[in-house]
Design a binder for this molecule. Structure first.
Ligand SMILES: NC(=O)c1ccc[n+]([C@@H]2O[C@H](COP(=O)([O-])OP(=O)(O)OC[C@H]3O[C@@H](n4cnc5c(N)ncnc54)[C@H](OP(=O)(O)O)[C@@H]3O)[C@@H](O)[C@H]2O)c1
Length: 416
């Protein structure tokens, strides 16, 4: 049996999951891989915090950590950019392969990290950085490498998906659903990273770089979160035969993170709670779906541990170099849309809106109104046929000049 010393940077939610899984799966892993992974050293912020690790292995001193004997693979589970970046680069320069679950780090510094790993002749495993237990990194770098990927679309943020599922199925408000997510340990320390779409954007950047072999510019990703959705939008989606999901998509070079209406037959519509799923379209394979648990200590630790075994068994670069080219983005995205327009309750208002849409060649397919005598509380909800976004925004600009709107319209794409 070959011993494999793990230097663990960070022992919080995922780190503790890894410690538990190392214990549980030791015999299984030894039989299946011939490797005997064990903790060699653990670096944390507070060495006095109680945790299920031999106290003698735990330190809060980076010099003691990097000076330790017997580090074969360094596993970074601190999160964020610094000091994670400094530690990862230091480990690579010292000749250690690195495994990380850190999408915030990779979405910005992947190029630097993989170049440094290449120079040192070691590997970087990062399966756990996107969609927890789902082996999407291996699929894109391995099983699908012969495919030209034209697009991918997925539910990659478990928190948003849980919140939306509870709003849809239990009629909760966003605040109440978020509170339940928090009670179940599904939120980041700062939930705005989930709700405002940053977490999904970081994962999308990693997925797009793997799918297309490029490092997309984060500034060019269109990012919207789910805070703008009201229970009224959820009810409207159901009334119109759809569900609501927060989706990340790469249609060639066009990257977007946004709430979307999905017809009930859409392959992502049945992905509930904190689960994730990704649809990938490759020229040889056609459409494939990958789904499973996107977060949580054990599912994520399982992906980390599989990377540990992989980089130990096959040292050497494990990353597709960024020398590809994304397929061109469509000239303009065209899709049916849902519009919620807050309006004053006066006769003829809906007719005025219909006229403006018609003048722009936009066909209305469904209308539903909830008008009250309370000022500022009325809404008209409209489904429109496939329309390009520039035409729709010109029509909305004109509607905004009518004396009918009392607030900002909510506009949501409907995915085919
Ligand atoms: N949680 C999930 O379900 C999940 C899923 C997929 C990916 N991830 C990713 O996994 C990584 C870890 O997430 P997590 O949820 O396990 O985070 P976490 O619970 O906050 O744990 C962070 C760990 O890092 C340690 N740490 C923080 N700052 C440090 C510093 N300056 N020096 C040394 N140690 C430091 C903390 O030490 P103390 O314990 O002493 O405070 C703690 O042990 C992140 O990149 C996250 O995005 C998480």
């Amino acid at each position: 049996m070959k011993p494999l010393g793990i230097g663990l940077l960070g022992c919080g939610t995922v780190g503790s999951g890894l410690v538990e899984l190392l214990e549980r799966s030791r015999d299984h892993l030894e039989r299946r891989t011939g490797l005997s992974p064990r903790l060699a050293r653990v670096l944390v912020r507070d060495a006095h915090k109680p945790r299920a690790v031999d106290r003698a292995l735990v330190t809060d001193d980076p010099e003691a950590f990097f000076g330790s004997e017997g580090l074969d693979v360094v596993v970074e589970l601190i999160g964020g950019v610094e000091p994670a970046r400094t530690y990862v680069l230091r480990a690579l320069d010292a000749g250690h392969s690195v495994v990380t679950a850190n999408k915030a780090l990779l979405s910005v510094h992947a190029d630097e990290i993989f170049r440094r790993a290449h120079r040192a002749g070691v590997s970087v495993g990062f399966e756990a950085s996107v969609c927890g237990a789902i082996p999407i990194v291996r699929a894109l770098c391995g099983g699908l490498i012969a495919n030209r990927i034209s697009s991918l679309v997925g539910i990659v943020n478990g928190t948003c998906n849980f919140v939306l599922t509870r709003m849809i199925e239990d009629g909760l408000t966003l605040t109440a659903a978020l509170e339940e997510a928090r009670r179940r340990g599904l939120t980041e320390a700062d939930p705005s990273l989930d709700l405002d779409g940053t977490d999904a954007m970081q994962k999308l950047l990693i997925l797009a770089s793997l799918a297309f072999g490029v490092h997309p510019d984060p500034a060019r990703v269109r990012v919207r979160g789910i805070r703008e959705l009201e229970p009224e939008d959820i009810r409207a989606a159901l009334e119109f035969g759809c569900t609501v999901r927060h989706v990340a998509s790469a249609d060639g070079a066009e990257l977007r993170v946004e709430p979307a209406f999905l017809p009930r037959a859409h392959p992502l519509a049945g992905v509930r709670d904190e689960n994730n799923a990704i649809l990938v379209h490759g020229d040889a394979a056609g459409q494939m779906i990958f789904s499973g648990k996107g977060a949580g200590p054990l599912p994520t630790a399982g992906a980390v541990l599989s990377d540990i075994v992989e980089v130990a068994a096959r040292p050497g670069p494990m990353f597709v170099p960024a020398n590809g080219q994304a397929p061109p983005a469509p000239a303009e995205s065209r899709a049916p849309h849902y519009l919620r327009l807050p309006i004053v309750d006066r006769p003829g208002m809906i007719g005025l809106i219909g006229t403006v849409l018609g003048n722009h060649g936009i066909s209305i397919t469904r209308v539903s109104a909830s008008l009250t005598t309370e000022p500022g509380r009325g809404n008209v909800k409209i489904l429109v046929d496939a329309v390009d976004e520039s035409t729709l925004s010109r029509a909305l600009e004109q509607i905004a000049r009518l004396p009918v709107l009392t607030g900002k319209p909510v506009v949501v794409r409907i995915l085919a």
